[in-house]
Write a protein that binds this ligand. Structure first.
Ligand code: NDP
Ligand code: MG
Length: 387
């Protein structure tokens, strides 16, 4: 039996991971479940899956949850220390990193140092600290198995044949505003941006999909996961989200992975790998389906070019890109900035950053922190100017 720690179990990927676990019969044990603040759902999950550890971030919430769960033998921990303990406990075989944002970095590193394989949904961690995460994984002989649908598709098409690859083709749905002009994008509200045409996801990644920052982060994620050069990673808009990504080999042959836009499949594949289990819940029928592909509109959606530049520059810049984006997405959701400000402000912060070598965790955390403070300061300054 594989024993899992699910970090971010109350989120979109976390909940779907537990659905896969539930449907798999007795294939998995759950050692730890974690949330940020949603103790109502976490309590329900603990009662069903009976983990040894449950973690929430704030101590007051942990205290509340402890009281509610006093009839069970579960230990309720809190904060980063709790997350690290959940991710690195001896009994755990695999850690599902389904938290949102670079908060996932320290528990991921702790899990790798403790020799755990990772089912990686939390792309921000790889963007912020790709080299460090990969080196730590290699040193400890651990695998990073992608959960992100595009990377799962590439992983399935690649099958270790990296040397003969010409390029990776990441598909992008284009988000809810595919084909829109800049003029029209000025009027976008958080409610409009949260409505993705094909996927039902957490708030942060939904906004990232609307700005194409999600695809931008995925370019950097793919570079690290598959050890490619940036010039070997191409993005094509594919509005149907049926072809989840492709690998073009040197002889011109292109392999693709297809499926319904449903995260259960990539989650299950990451958990079952190297096996492939039956999943008949959402089969794809190709009858009467039209599949189309086109170039992204780089002028209207500048996030992709920004990611190539940050990725090529390397060092601490991708961590800054990610952290500035986390701040801007939250500010947009809070109604403090406009939709088009998001990528503009992220780019400004990236251009202000003095890049250094991302040599260790402290350097990366310092860059992440600098980007958050700098971006927040600019947002506040703009608010003051307006009032
Ligand atoms: P959600 O926002 O739905 O869930 C995030 C989870 O992380 C929740 O359990 C949340 O707890 C917890 N969390 C949030 N912030 C913190 C924090 N500061 N400290 C500790 N825990 C925290 O996100 P998604 O499930 O949509 O995404 C999770 C990750 O997976 C992201 O990195 C995303 O890019 C990636 N991903 C998601 C896909 C999807 O379809 N959703 C597809 C591919 C990748 P609480 O519920 O208490 O807030
Ligand atoms: Mg994706």
């Amino acid at each position: 039996m594989k024993v899992l720690a699910v970090l971010g179990s109350t989120g979109s990927i976390g909940r779907q991971t537990l659905e896969v676990v539930r449907a798999s019969g007795q294939k998995f044990g759950i050692y730890a479940l974690t949330a940020n603040t949603n103790i109502n759902l976490l309590e329900k999950q603990v009662r069903e899956f009976r983990p040894e550890i449950a973690v929430v971030m704030a101590e007051e919430k942990a205290q509340l949850l402890r009281e509610r769960l006093r009839d069970l033998p579960v230990k309720v921990l809190c904060g980063m220390e709790g997350l690290i303990q959940a991710a690195s406990a001896e009994k755990v075989n695999m850690v599902v990193t389904a938290v949102s944002g670079s908060i996932g970095l320290q528990p991921t590193l702790a899990a790798l140092k403790a020799g755990k394989n990772i089912a990686l949904a939390n792309k921000e961690t790889l963007v912020a600290a790709g080299d460090l995460v990969l080196n730590t994984a290699q040193l400890n002989n651990c695998s990073l198995i992608p959960v992100d649908s595009e990377h799962s598709a590439i992983f399935q098409c690649l099958h270790g044949k990296k040397k003969t690859v010409n390029k990776l083709i990441l598909t992008a749905s284009g988000g809810p505003f595919c084909g829109w002009s800049k003029e029209k994008l000025r009027e976008v509200t958080p409610a409009m941006a949260l409505k993705h045409p094909n996927w039902n996801m957490g708030a942060k990644i939904s906004i990232d999909s609307a700005t194409l920052m999600n695809k931008a982060l995925e370019i950097i994620e793919a570079k690290f996961l598959f050890g490619m050069e940036y010039r070997q990673i191409e993005v094509l808009v594919h509005p149907q989200s049926i072809v989840h990504s492709m690998v073009e080999y040197k002889d011109g042959s292109i392999l693709a992975q297809l499926g319904m836009p449903d995260m259960h499949l990539p989650i299950q594949f990451a958990l079952s790998y190297p096996e492939r289990w039956a999943d008949y819940s959402n089969p794809l029928s190709l009858k009467n389906i039209e599949l189309t592909f086109h170039e992204p509109d780089h002028d209207t959606f500048p996030a992709l070019k920004l990611a190539y530049w940050c990725g090529e520059t390397g060092g601490t810049l991708p961590a800054v890109l990610n952290a500035a984006n986390e701040i801007c997405v939250q500010a947009f959701l809070d109604g403090r900035i406009k939709f088009l400000d998001i990528v503009q402000l992220v780019e400004n912060t990236c251009r202000q950053h003095k890049v250094s070598e991302a040599k260790d965790l402290d350097t990366i955390l310092a860059a992440d922190n600098w980007a958050r403070e700098h971006t927040e300061e600019i947002i506040k300054r703009n608010e003051l100017k307006k009032n």
